[in-house]
Design a protein around this ligand. Sequence first.
Ligand code: A2P
Length: 415
Amino acid sequence: MNAALPMEVLKQHLIDPEICIRCNTCEETCPIDAITHDSNNYVVDPDICNGCMACVPPCPTGSIDNWRLVVRSDAYSVQDQLSWDELPREQPLPAAAAIVDEAANAVVEPVSSAGVAAMPSATPGASVPPWSAAHPYVNLYTHKTPVTATVVGNYRVTGADTDSDIHHIVLDFGELPFPVLEGQSIGILPPGTDAQGRPHHARQYSLASPRDGERAGYNNLSLTVKRVTEDHQGQSVNGVCSNYLCDLAKNDTVQVIGPFGHTFLMPNHPRANLIMICTGTGSAPMRAMTERYRRRIETGENGRLMLFFGARTERELPYFGPLMKLPRDFIDINLALSREAGQPKRYVQDLIRERAAAVRELLADRNTCIYVCGLKGMEVGVLDALREVTVQAGQDWTILHDVLRREGRLHFETY
Ligand code: A2P
């Protein structure tokens, strides 16, 4: 007599429609086009998704990280998911079900519906905050319940004669609560619809101001926004949200959602050191953290600050003037300029190598956290440079990298 075949169980990847901000990050990230959307929801096609996890770390809200064990033949279809207002509850599985490892496409273990195994991480950075980070509030305002903020400032922070049109934009929330921490981001809902008539999806921006406001004690925050006029391939495009934001006038109002982010947060204990590595508008969280330290400079609580900042030229480096006015014994500034006339091309990773001894000294201190924000392309370069400075000293980078990730001391936010 033939034994009954076990029912094939799928660890189905789902997106929580109540939390998702429709920012399109997951759809852009998915290497195999398993994610799609309509004007209602972003959804994962169970026939395409292979559980590679590439979309999970970049999701600003965590709404992407939802999984249900289902019998494969009963998987929720794309059409089902597009109609949802909330995720379905976990259903008990039939007794004879067996789980399928999607990557290997093989039955690996019999399961109960008690839970889903931990998924592997696809990020070179930590998925936990530093141990002493303050508690972040997230998802207080969603695309269904956005908050209205008023523009109280909008000015250019790069040289007027350059192609890099980067703005510092200050938003005020009036009486409405909008608690934030350095390293968090918000979503902006640009008005209007896309070519298919769907409302524009939200765009995410990191805060450039510290937790107590752009102006200390005020219920406001700031963003660093680059006017997008070309894509990564140099083709001419008009960024929907960046142009909208850069053109805002004082007293205009903006629809905001968030805040987002619970890992790219600064340590909150005395004498914590920060190594900050950024390019262009990736300087926003570094400005927020630096300003947090600057405001308590007299208290004696601060550890050391070391900044590696990449830009084409000094005039295209946002906040160049205010940055250079900071005291040298407060922050160790290293500018990597790639297109400054008469100077060799430099990237942040070149300067990390040049400052190997100082970087190593900070890396050896368990009170040091590292933050990397800016162009996706620098991730590999920065990791290679950190590996090199570690190995030069006869240390094992694999072990140190693992410790930094486990202890929430190495964070990436790249785009
Ligand atoms: P480049 O002159 O080669 O474009 P942007 O102005 O486009 O936002 O870029 C900010 C800075 O980051 C520029 O100096 C740019 O140099 C530099 N950059 C570009 N690619 C990388 C990379 N892979 N690693 C580090 N820096 C990079």
